[in-house]
Ligand binder design. Structure first.
Ligand SMILES: Cc1cc2nc3c(=O)[nH]c(=O)nc-3n(C[C@H](O)[C@H](O)[C@H](O)COP(=O)(O)O)c2cc1C
Length: 363
């Protein structure tokens, strides 16, 4: 059924402007009577930052920015959904066009700039589905015109802790001017101190809420040393590696490849895997990592786990492979487990991390 929907919908979606296509995909997921995915094999279950994931495959932030289809996404087989990025107040984002599909490179460039319906609207939606269960993380960001960005993050943690399975502090979007500067050591230390403090304050009423930090794949290794050191010292619960890249690999072919914005999809895979492995060796098992960037097959999903990810997230791969990709990744994981006689997907986490860090730097 999901394969059928993919085959019917994709020619239509490809004929549209990418942002209109995305809106239509969301509408289709809201109304299509999709049958639930088969229950997950127990060997795919993973425990990370205090949560029990039925499988390690999540949908990355940016697909369901306004929390409109979290339940539909859980229903079609994702192990978790990350909604957002949500900003405190509604904001329109950058002028269109701001989303580009690079068909020749199986990639996407976006410069959406945190278009958000704002925290109040999204909170209402999430509160309405709170009893439905499933793991729904909430990715938060600062308004473009915020005078105190840290206060934006703190306010969102306080607001969403009660309805969030976890909260992701997103300081790695390339499309809000200056946002990535929050990855600098002194700024990040202050941000995480206040965010973790806010989380502690609300735990009594909201229950425990894990805090994850999402970083850019464009950090230098000395900067990554600082970021990981601070994340460990401030006791974040995990990191997501990572967001889109502002770099442009030399071999891009599509006419749109020099559009301004963040690049995602297949050309991001090697850089994202490298930064993930570099993060994994620095974190030394203190907290788990979520790997995102360039996954479009079962093989490179497993590669991501071997590079250091306890959980993975996909976005651009869905644009080119459709929702059937989720089932394909699960099948590939189960085939690997059977071949190796392993009992859990967790056995693969980080097995190749050291080897990946020894490769030539991806260009
Ligand atoms: C259109 C689009 C919008 C995105 N919006 C967000 C966002 O709001 N917040 C965020 O943290 N990441 C956002 N991302 C980044 C993804 O969550 C993910 O980190 C990145 O695309 C790499 O994964 P992929 O190669 O599988 O797409 C967005 C990505 C795309 C393609």
């Amino acid at each position: 059924m999901i394969g059928l929907l993919d085959r019917l919908a994709r020619p239509l979606l490809y004929a549209l402007d990418p942002e209109d296509a995305h809106r239509l995909a969301i509408r289709l997921l809201q109304v299509a009577p999709l049958p639930p995915a088969a229950p997950d094999d127990a060997r795919l279950a993973t425990r990370a930052f205090g949560l029990n994931f039925p499988n390690p495959i999540g949908i990355a932030a940016g697909f369901d920015k306004h929390a409109e289809i979290a339940d539909a996404l859980l229903r079609v087989g994702f192990g978790f959904v990350e909604v957002g990025t949500i900003t405190p107040r509604p904001q329109p984002g950058n002028p269109r066009p701001r989303l580009f599909r690079l068909d020749a490179d199986q990639a996407v460039i976006n410069r959406l700039g945190f278009n958000s319906e704002g925290a109040d609207t999204v909170l209402r939606r999430l509160a309405a589905r709170a009893k439905a269960g499933g793991i729904v993380g909430i990715n938060v960001g600062a308004n473009k015109d915020a005078t105190d960005r840290v206060a934006d993050y703190v306010g969102l943690i306080e607001k969403f802790a009660a309805v969030a399975s976890y909260v992701t502090v997103n300081i790695s979007s390339p499309n809000t001017p200056g946002l990535r500067d929050m990855q600098q050591a002194a700024v990040l230390d202050d941000l995480l101190a206040r965010v973790i403090d806010a989380r502690e304050r609300v735990t009594k009423n909201a229950g425990p809420t894990s805090v994850l930090l999402k970083i850019a794949p464009d950090l230098s290794l000395p900067d990554l040393d600082d970021v990981v050191g601070i994340a460990r010292a401030r006791r974040v619960d995990g990191m997501i590696v990572g967001n889109t890249t502002v770099s442009r690999p030399a071999n891009l072919r599509d006419a749109q490849s020099q559009q301004a914005g963040g690049l995602s999809g297949r050309p991001l895979l090697r850089l994202a895997d490298r930064m993930l492995a570099e993060t994994y060796v620095r974190v030394e098992g203190v907290f788990p990592l979520v790997g995102a960037g360039g996954i479009d097959s079962g093989a490179n999903a497993l590669g991501k786990i071997r590079a250091g990810a306890s959980l993975i997230q996909i976005y651009s791969g869905l644009v080119f492979r459709g929702l059937g990709l989720v089932g394909q990744i699960k099948a590939a994981m189960l085939a690997a487990l059977a071949r190796d006689g392993s009992r859990s997907i967790a056995d693969y986490v980080g097995t190749d991390a050291a080897a990946v860090t020894a490769e030539a730097w991806p260009v």
